[in-house]
Design a protein around this ligand. Structure first.
Ligand SMILES: Nc1nc2c(ncn2[C@@H]2O[C@H](COP(=O)(O)OP(=O)(O)OP(=O)(O)O)[C@@H](O)[C@H]2O)c(=O)[nH]1
Ligand SMILES: [Mg+2]
Length: 535
């Protein structure tokens, strides 16, 4: 027998970010015209989306391994890699997502909720994006980081306002189909329904959901038939509708004894603590199949008995749709009233993801004793991500990592924790990356002599003193007419205010040079470096 699947472990791998590209632009008369390596695209996320049309986790049971697309690497000529496509996994409304330790990550209790279960990796910056006025020609790019890799647990607890319960073939699915747009499987053999079908009913102003659960038989609470397992889906329903079959030809059955058996089984279902037992919730009765003459007769016979017991009884037919309108209005009223009550109840504390405080430390250094001396472990998302972005075969990239770590204050913190040059430093909580620590301070001299990422071949534009600039300016004023002709020839444009506030037209290259110079003096380089960190 097909088993009912309402729990599945997904094995997820988010797409990796594409690597950044190292490339230098080459033109006919400018073989080294600056870095132009594009950035890698981000890896695609894996996103869970709750959807009323989806009723089961069966698909994931069959193929629990899912991976989203990788980001493409960047290319020369400033071409960024395309980002990996997001992978959307539709899950039924009522799916609870848990991590491997069983902690609830999210309860997807409403339609169209989105939850990124496996974030894709970040694309690495290309060398063009890493260039600053100081580091004009970076000979390295950042690597894309890997996407999330791990397992999550999906557990289905259908959330419906009204649950339809009853014997197999009583017409529960037929009623859901007749009252909503849902298209559950309907057939005249028992246990057609193996998982709950959800339908959305619109009645006047009210929208509510109904769910039918697999048929119940005597002994269901002991595991007969499909058992009572799936009644966990009824746990969150505000009301029950007993669907009684008045058209059955089975001599051993009649609506009253059917109802009694179902009530007995429902009473045996243990609801979790804090919830109303199933039989203490509002219950209605639908006498179904009244379109057939015998059904109508039988319904008329049993109606007074049921009403005497205090039930509200509806004669309906899923086939002729008789009585469905009235039924849906009454259910709507009840759902409305229940919603008002629930809204006034104290809301359950919701999980709030607070943004990290600005001054919160971005990493910690832990000192771990070892047989080869102390190990200084740096733990923090930023340093760990930076390590993942580093191409350790490239000295410049390693240097860039060192600069970034120093800027974040990792070096200071290592000093404070007692690390000395040569100490073993690990970055990352797990195995991580192991270094023999060489503080960058000692390499400061090297930095002054030749900043990382410079290429003397690109160093045409030396920085001018204001004196030489003024001289050059006066010279230009003299040769202004000639210069203008020349500029137009170059297809140049742009007006620039010089030191004295005069408007000077200049070529694009000159303009770019001046802009770069200005940016540098205004500390824009700092901002650029910041943006290179991309947080
Ligand atoms: N004449 C008549 N037949 C109906 C009516 N409602 C359902 N049926 C028939 O009864 C059979 C069973 O219907 P389902 O809707 O699959 O019954 P169910 O209660 O969902 O059954 P399980 O999923 O097996 O528990 C089908 O052949 C339907 O066509 C009705 O109002 N009138
Ligand atoms: Mg059914």
């Amino acid at each position: 027998m097909a088993s009912f699947v309402d729990q599945v472990t997904l094995h997820l791998i988010g797409g990796h970010g594409g690597n950044g590209c190292v490339s230098v632009k080459r033109e006919k008369f400018k073989p080294l015209a600056g870095p132009d390596g594009g950035s890698g695209g981000d890896g695609g996320d894996i996103v869970l989306v709750s959807d009323v049309q989806t009723t089961t986790l069966l698909n994931y049971h069959r193929s629990p391994h899912r991976r989203s697309e990788h980001g493409q690497p960047g290319q020369g000529d400033h071409k960024s890699g395309t980002s990996g496509a997001e992978m959307v996994l539709l899950v039924p409304v009522g799916t609870v997502v848990k991590d491997v330790e069983g902690n609830e990550l999210i309860d997807m209790s409403e339609h169209d909720m989105r939850f990124v279960v496996a974030a894709g990796g970040q694309g690495g910056l290309g060398n063009a994006a890493l260039a600053t006025t100081k580091r004009k020609a970076p000979g390295f790019a950042l690597l894309g980081t890997p996407g999330f890799e791990g397992d999550v647990l999906l557990e289905l607890k259908v959330v419906a306002d009204v649950a339809f319960v009853g014997y197999p073939s009583a017409g529960k699915s037929s009623l859901v189909a007749a009252m909503s747009a849902a298209k559950p499987k309907i057939a005249d053999y028992p246990f057609t329904t193996l998982h709950p079908n959800l339908g959305v009913v619109e009645s006047g102003e009210t929208r509510y959901t109904v769910a039918d659960v697999p048929g119940l038989i005597e002994g269901a609470s002991e595991g007969k038939g499909l058992g009572l397992e799936f009644l966990r889906h009824v746990e969150r329903c505000s009301a029950l509708l007993h669907v009684l079959d008045c058209g059955t030809l089975d001599p051993g059955r009649d609506p009253i004894s059917d109802l009694d058996i179902i009530l007995g089984e429902l009473a045996a279902y243990p609801v979790p603590e804090g919830q109303t037992p199933l039989l203490e919730r509002p219950q209605f009765i639908a006498l179904n199949k009244t379109d057939v003459p015998e059904g109508k007769e039988l319904a008329e016979l049993v109606r007074p008995i049921l009403e005497e017991r205090g039930y509200r009884v509806f004669d309906v037919s899923a086939v002729s749709r008789a009585g469905l309108r009235e039924l849906s209005f009454v259910l709507a009223e009840l759902v409305e009233a229940d919603r008002i009550v629930k809204a006034t109840e104290v809301a359950k504390p919701r999980i709030i993801i607070r943004p990290r405080a600005v001054n919160e430390k971005e990493f910690t250094v832990k000192v771990e004793g070892g047989s080869f001396g102390n190990v200084y472990r740096v733990i923090g998302t930023k340093p760990e991500r930076w390590v993942a972005q580093t191409d350790f075969t490239n000295d410049e990239a390693v240097g860039f990592l060192a600069d970034r770590l120093a800027k974040l204050g990792v070096e200071d913190e290592l000093f404070k924790s007692g690390a000395v040059p040569g100490s073993t430093v690990m970055i990352g909580a797990g195995g991580g990356v192991v270094f023999d620590w060489e503080p960058t301070v000692s390499s400061a001299a090297e930095l002054i002599a030749s900043p990382r990422g410079t290429d003397t071949r690109l160093e045409e534009g030396r920085r001018l003193t204001s004196k030489t600039r003024r001289a050059a300016y006066l010279e230009r004023m003299d040769a202004k007419t000639a210069a203008r002709a020349e500029l137009e020839l170059e297809g140049a444009g742009g007006v620039w205010n010089d030191d004295e506030g005069f408007e000077v037209e200049m070529s694009r290259t000159e303009r770019a040079r001046r802009e770069a110079e200005l940016a540098e003096t205004e500390g824009a380089e700092f901002a650029e470096a910041e943006s290179a960190d991309r947080d």
